[in-house]
Ligand binder design. Structure first.
Ligand code: DOR
Ligand code: ZN
Length: 349
């Protein structure tokens, strides 16, 4: 039985850090294990211009505790008023790594997102021309489409036509949740990738809804049926090169989760690597963990693989993760995977 595993330092290709007290509270949980992360721009107001990106990057670096090494890879939030030249300059200057497309109304702070994808066609053309990746929240928002079908319908109605119009555009399907998306990314070309979260490998919709409603398992895209979770697990643990970890760790104050209309988002940063080691071990795929967390992402983005390592060690006793963290006056509940976790993460200091 494998008791210890040393892998290249992981990166998180989809992360919410927020701002202010929340940023200060959550950043160390990511930076203790991850070397880099793609930082989501859905602040209020959103991070839309190169100037906004630079200012947010500065606030992140100012919140990083002394002695910790971490590189935020910044994204800009695509709107129908986005200035393509501004973002292109930000990309070419190395300030912006990618652009995020939220369909308007799809999720937290997406009101300024894109209503009609044709309205941003000139921006997407510019991005395709300069090799700037587009990160897609892949759900339609139509009220007549069942929430469990919104990812599959998005692929059919929006993503596939977009890829046919702009085959050279580099696209990441963010936080995929269905076998439809798992099949679609595998059938795609070299410039199509996908991220998978930790929680979508561990929970299905029963965890949210059976035996009482559990707001801390509610996120978007919402977890689907068990057959979809199994398809995601098969893909993540296969080592397939265009699929990589994007935790979508998305902290909300418990106050905002535990209400009649609670926010979407699961906070997984503290125990993500322990969870993933558990999942990959369970599926007999520990030898593919490094590809998923540390190799496939940088390769897709054309960035160097980390020259640091972390060591995962299986303990005899379960790890004791906190149930919650504090952020200013608020608490944030940490993801409960529903199983004991035995894998400890050690980083070099
Ligand atoms: O669950 C989610 N939370 N999904 C998203 O797409 C956004 C995120 C957030 O910002 O809270
Ligand atoms: Zn997200």
């Amino acid at each position: 039985m494998t008791k210890s595993l040393t892998i290249k330092q992981p990166d998180d290709w989809h992360l919410h850090l927020r701002d202010g007290d929340m940023l200060a509270a959550v950043l160390p949980d990511t930076a203790q294990h991850f070397g880099r992360a793609i930082i989501m721009p859905n602040l209020v107001p959103p991070v839309v211009s190169t100037a906004d990106v630079l200012a947010y990057q500065k606030r992140i670096m100012a919140a990083l505790p002394k002695g910790m090494n971490f590189t935020p890879l910044m994204t800009a939030y695509l709107t129908e008023a986005t200035d393509a030249e501004d973002l292109a300059k930000g990309f070419q200057d190395g300030v912006i790594t990618a652009v995020k497309l939220y369909p308007a109304g799809a999720t937290t702070n997406s009101a300024s997102g894109v209503r009609d994808v044709m309205a941003v066609q000139p921006v997407l053309e510019k991005m395709a021309e300069i090799g700037m990746p587009l990160l897609v929240h892949g759900e339609v928002t139509d009220s007549d489409i069942d929430i469990f079908d919104r990812e599959a319908v998005f692929i059919d109605r929006v993503l596939d036509p977009l890829r046919q119009r702009l085959p050279q555009l580099k696209i990441v399907m963010e936080h995929i949740t269905t076998s439809v998306a798992a099949d679609y990314v595998q059938s795609g070309s070299e410039n199509l990738g996908a991220t998978i979260t930790t929680h979508h490998l561990m929970i299905n919709r029963n965890h949210i809804l059976a035996g009482g409603i559990r707001p801390h398992y509610y996120c978007l895209p919402v977890a689907k049926r068990e057959e979809h979770r199994l398809a995601l697990r098969a893909l993540a643990t296969s080592g397939f090169s265009r699929v990589f970890l994007g935790t979508d760790s998305a902290p909300h104050p418990d106050r905002a989760k535990l209400m009649a209309c609670g926010c979407a988002g699961i906070y997984t940063a503290p125990n993500t690597m322990s969870c993933l080691a558990h999942v990959f071990e369970e599926d007999g795929a520990l030898d593919h963990l490094e590809a998923f967390t540390s190799i496939n992402g940088p390769k897709f983005y054309g960035l160097p693989i980390s020259d640091q390592t972390i060591t995962l060690t299986k303990q005899d006793l379960p790890m004791a993760y906190p149930e919650m963290i504090t952020a200013g006056d608020e608490t944030v509940t940490v993801f409960d995977p529903g199983v004991d976790l035995f894998w400890r993460v050690d980083t070099l200091v």
